[in-house]
Design a binder for this molecule. Structure first.
Ligand SMILES: [Zn+2]
Ligand SMILES: [Zn+2]
Length: 356
């Protein structure tokens, strides 16, 4: 594969030569020059196929959990989509409770190739013994109704299975909402690949307390048991008309997905493969996991400072760094390695676990 600078050099060379050849061709009309021009044209087509903006992966910012008037949100789908479109998001998934809000019409009005996309989804909203059990279905084609179950774990499992059966992606929402779901419950669930590690709703208890694990601790318990589960940050926005700490406002948690293109299938595939990080404000330029190292490049805002923690089995902090390009060399016994970046601007980013 070419890297960006060699691509740029080759393209400049090709463009210069093509221009040169066309000029000469017009003057002399000789076959060798026509052949050379054709060869460079073919090279140009090949290079453009790997050019930035076509199929080279880039970061797309999106929120996967939002409500509209189709369930308990306070605004129409158009108003909700407008907010995200105007705040430089690239994609938005409307996840109304047990209702699939159709994205086709919204994409006709608000969609823009490579810029903005509305994804279809639903918050499958179930309960067990009055404990709320909410599982988001990403990239869903037809509406699903909750499946219920015989325990917390079984209720989650039945909904996860129903979502997977229609080829959508299940994600466990706000486990500490109503103190409903513990890591012991989640250890009994199979084939769950995603969970919220941050939810912007004010009543979801992200930090745990009173003997309940924080979402970071819950995630580490699952990862330590070998579960390949990825962490998502979302808004769970309900309120667009009243703003305040006590409301579920937009703009609090999102993911940045590194995808080949801004299409439902490319975003779906990238999330499934863990090509994303979760954020409440920290921006990363790069996340690279090699055979030996876990490397980040942070994109600072003004005077922002960072503490990056590389975390392994048992939630142990393996190393800390204050650098904007922190890295960690894998050691025997790490189990897994993930990174959490905490900013002086009271924001964080969570990158996905690497098992080695
Ligand atoms: Zn919910
Ligand atoms: Zn919700």
């Amino acid at each position: 594969m070419f890297n960006t600078s060699s691509l740029r050099r080759l393209r400049a060379l090709r463009d210069g030569h093509v221009r040169h050849c066309i000029k000469l061709g017009r003057m002399h009309r000789s076959w060798p020059l026509r052949f050379a021009a054709l060869a460079f044209f073919v090279l140009g087509v090949v290079l453009n196929q790997t050019a930035p903006g076509s199929s080279r992966p880039r970061w797309y910012k999106g929120n996967l959990h939002t409500h509209t008037l189709n369930s308990d949100g306070d605004s129409t789908p158009s108003e909700v989509v407008t907010w995200y479109r105007e705040h430089e998001y690239n994609f938005l998934l409307l996840s109304d409770h047990n209702h699939l809000t159709d994205s086709a019409g919204l994409n006709t009005v608000f969609g823009s190739v490579g810029q903005f996309l509305v994804l279809q989804g639903e918050e499958v909203t179930d309960s067990f013994n009055s404990k709320p059990i909410h599982v988001n279905a990403y990239d869903l084609a037809t509406e699903l109704q909750p499946r219920h179950g015989t325990s917390i774990a079984n209720t989650i499992q039945n909904n996860v299975d129903a979502i997977l059966a229609v080829k959508a992606l299940p994600s466990l929402n706000h486990p500490n909402y109503g103190w409903a779901v513990t890591s012991e419950d989640l250890l009994r669930v199979q084939n769950l690949g995603l969970m919220e590690v941050y939810n912007g709703h004010p009543t979801v208890n992200n930090a745990g307390g009173g003997g309940f694990q924080s979402l970071d601790e819950m995630w580490d318990t699952l990862l330590s048991a070998g579960r390949r589960i990825k962490g998502i940050a979302v808004d769970d926005a309900h309120h667009f008309k009243k703003i305040g700490k006590e409301f579920a406002n937009p703009g609090r948690g999102w993911i940045e997905v590194r995808a080949e293109a801004l299409t439902a299938s490319a975003i779906h595939a990238a999330i499934e493969q863990g090509q994303f990080y979760a954020s409440t404000g920290v921006k990363l330029k790069d996340v690279e996991i090699t055979a030996t190292e876990y490397k980040l490049v942070i994109d600072p805002r003004q005077t922002e400072k960072f503490t990056t923690s590389f975390i392994g089995a048992g939630g142990k902090v393996l190393a800390k760094s204050f650098d904007t390009a922190p890295s960690y060399t894998f050691q025997r016994g790490d189990g897994y390695v993930r990174a959490r970046v905490d900013s002086s601007f009271a924001a964080s980013a969570w990158t996905q676990p690497a098992f080695h």
